[in-house]
Each structure stands twice: as structure tokens, then as C-alpha cells.
Design a protein around this ligand. Sequence first.
Ligand code: PNW
Length: 490
Amino acid sequence: MRRDVSRRDFARVVGATAVGASAALVGASTPVAAQAAGTETSRSLAFPDGFLWGTATAAYQVEGAVTEDGRGPSIWDIFSHTPGKVAGNATGDVADDHYHRYKEDVALMKALGVKGYRFSIAWPRVFPDGTGAPNPKGLDFYNRLLDELHAAGIEPYATLYHWDLPQALQDRVGGWESSETSKAFAEYAGYVAERLSDRVKHIFTINEFGAFVELGYRVGVHAPGLTLAPKAFNQTRHNAVLGHGLAVQAIRAHAKPGTKVGLAENMTVCAPVLETPVHVAAAERATRELNAQYLTVILEGKYTEAYLAAAGADAPVFTDAELAAIGSPIDFVGINIYTPVYVRADDSPAGFTVVPHPASFPHMASPWLFVGPEALYWGPRNVSSIWKVGEIYITENGCSSSDVPAADGLVYDTDRIMYLRNYLSQLQRGVSEGVPVRGYFLWSLMDNFEWADGYTNRFGLHYVDYATQKRTPKLSASFYREVIARNRVL
Ligand code: PNW
């Protein structure tokens, strides 16, 4: 009993110190005094004024309406309609019917108080055949969505490729196995940038090389479901980053001045096993090497020697001009962060070792989603310290929960709140130290089609009843609304 009391006293002392420190760092305008009311639980963990709170979705996961208004088929239509590929043989044919309910969904965002929305544009709506003649109705939907966002005071952040490759390109050239797809992507990117950059000021080229290339072309559990041999596979990786680089150039050539361009990558986030200088340095080395095939080549304009040496005869074939395109300067880096890998220093030539998660390591509903809140500290910190990136967004973070409605129909997802509270605390730690994270997009606004998991894993702040399309805010939506309103973790 006595010991509990003194522990609490100790917490109070530590808390008071933290208030002083964070108030100094985030600037005098932080309403620390306003938070001093006795009912507030903490006066620390504040974010700087203007920090951008947002939510994220992706076209195939929410839109539905896959045959409407001239949309062509994508590799995910074909894949999800192939029996045995997706849990429950689910498809995105209807998904959240967001194509028709986007006004309601923007209203949900407005009620949360988000200032930013990250969505993706479906390439096969714009170029149903991948290349050639654009579909005039293709961009109409996104124009309607942009009108609605504008009216709600929500800033749009558009992703050009969130995995729904036009099937025609898969059939004609083998999709990303061919650099013809990289070129086609750049044409599409330039076309969209020219037409939407009057209202979209932030464009992400590609979402998660580390997921769609690996899972789609090597492991085969995502569309197009291939298991390529190493040589062809490494070339596919190369074609994907080349597509990004050519798209950056096309966007610069066609977008209105002031349009910013970047990417959203699920980089391997390396957290030091112990926060001591030797392990921190090892985690930085690991960050470069474990992201060599995507983020490192994009930010450095060359593959690391270790990557090329390890690939040997299977290394990708490329030209200097391609490397220059891949390394085209970008305005910001988006990082999708769900989980860390732990790294320790060792005396191997690489100078680091990845420490596997023990069997008892806790995870959320998705078995890969290990709970490591410090990922949200080390991910952006490493990107900023290694590559001197001055503008970083957390383009996705969130988690799957079992999300069973209670007797009153509401979802009390205390586990998701626990996850978010801990991750956001680590994000605040970095931001208060000066790591240049400008915004955070929570994945996801609402439950949606979770790729190979179909509708079995829910990531939303809003529960979606797929039989009725009714959206109901979960307890975590209240949590996030309060975080946004107070601009701090609570
Ligand atoms: C990301 N993994 O995908 C995607 O960008 C989203 O579309 C997706 O819904 C979200 O994260 C949640 O999964 C991932 O196996 C898929 O490590 C798989 C993995 C990571 C991210």
C-alpha cells in the first residue's frame, strides 16, 4: 500500500518534468495552461500546433462499384475472384460501397475532426486498359470526392498506386515484371497530376513496395499471385522503384507549381534492442540494408554494395539513367508503420543482427502485427537521421482487433485504444525531440477489404456491418476524436 503511494508520487514528479520539457519544445502557443484543469489526466504528450491528424483508406479496399462508369478490371478483381485466394472467397466488388456513400464517409471524417484524408486513385478507373485512351468518367468520382472534402475543410492526400494494377497490363506485359508497366505508370501519374493538382497538393506515387512486390510476385499470396525466381523477382523490384521515379518526373512536368510528391513505404523499421549508442548505430546500419531494394535506392539513387553482392548473378539489370530517375528528389517521405524488427549490434561484417520475435511476443488480431510502439519513434527518427529527410508523414498506422459488437451494438475496442495510445506516445516522443513528422494518417477510417484476409480482419475506427453498410463509430473513434481535439495523446 505504502509502496503504491510512493510510486504514484514518483509518477507525479516525472510527469511534472515532462510537462516542462515538452512545453518548451513545442512552443509557447501550446495551451498547457488550458490543460491544467483538475480533470485532465496529463499535461504532457502534446503535439505541435498545426500537426496534421488524418485517416487513410485505399480504392479497392473501400470503393466497390468495380464495373461502374467504365472502370476496367484490376489484378485484384481477377485474383479475388479466383477461388481459394482470399479468406471466404471475399472480393472487393462491393466492399464499403464508398463509391456511392462517399458523402456519408466524409461526414464521418468531419465528425472525427480530421484535417487530412489519404485515399487512393484506382488506375483502372482512369485508364481501364492501363494505357491508351483515358476513361472520361474515371476522374469524375475523385472530383466529386474532392468537392466534398473541400466543403468539409479536409485536405486531400492522394496515392496513385495502392495495388490495383489494370489487369490489361498484367496480361500484355506481365505487370511489374516489365518496365513497360513502369512507363505506363508514369503516363497515368502525369495525366492525373495535370488534372487534379489544382486541388491535390500532396501526391504519393506508390504504396508499400515492400508489400505488393514481395507478396504479389515472390510469396504469391497477393495479386497477381506469382512466385518468381530470384532473378526475375529482383528485376520486378527494380521496375517498381523505376515506376516511382518516372512518375515523380512526370508529376513534376505536369502538376501545378507547389505540388509536393513523395511515396508511402512500409519500410522495415529497425528498433535497437537496447537504447544504447552501440545498438542505436546498429539499427541505423540495418535500416539502410534492410530497405536497400526500395527506400534506400530511392533516397540514395543507388543500390547498396551489400544488396548487389548478396544478389550476385540474380542482381537486377539497370542503367545509370534509371538509377538517376529512381533517385529523383522527392518532397517528403511517407512511412506506413505497424510493427518493428529488433536489431542488435554484432561483429559481423554488416555490424548488426535481427533478433527474431520470441513466440510469446504479443500481437494484435493479425498474426504479423506485433505490438512494438517504439516503431513509431525509430522509424521516422532513422529516416531523418540517415537521409536528412525534412518532411515525414506517418501514412498508415493502426491495428486489427476482434471488434465484436456488445449487447448495445457498440464496439468497445479497448485493445485498439491501448495500441494507439502507446504508439502515439512514441510518435510524440520523436516529434518533441525534433524528428520532422508533420502528420499522421490512421489506418483506417472504417473496416474494409483486408486483401488476402478478406473481411476477417477489421482495422477501422468505424465498424462496418457489411450486410447493411451501416457504419458505427467504435470506442477508438472517440479516443481519436479527443486526441485530435486536444492535440495530444490521452
Ligand atoms: C498495409 N504484412 O498492408 C496496406 O497499405 C493496407 O492496404 C492494409 O490494409 C494495411 O496495411 C493493414 O494490413 C500491409 O504482412 C499488409 O506485414 C501486410 C503487411 C503489412 C502491411
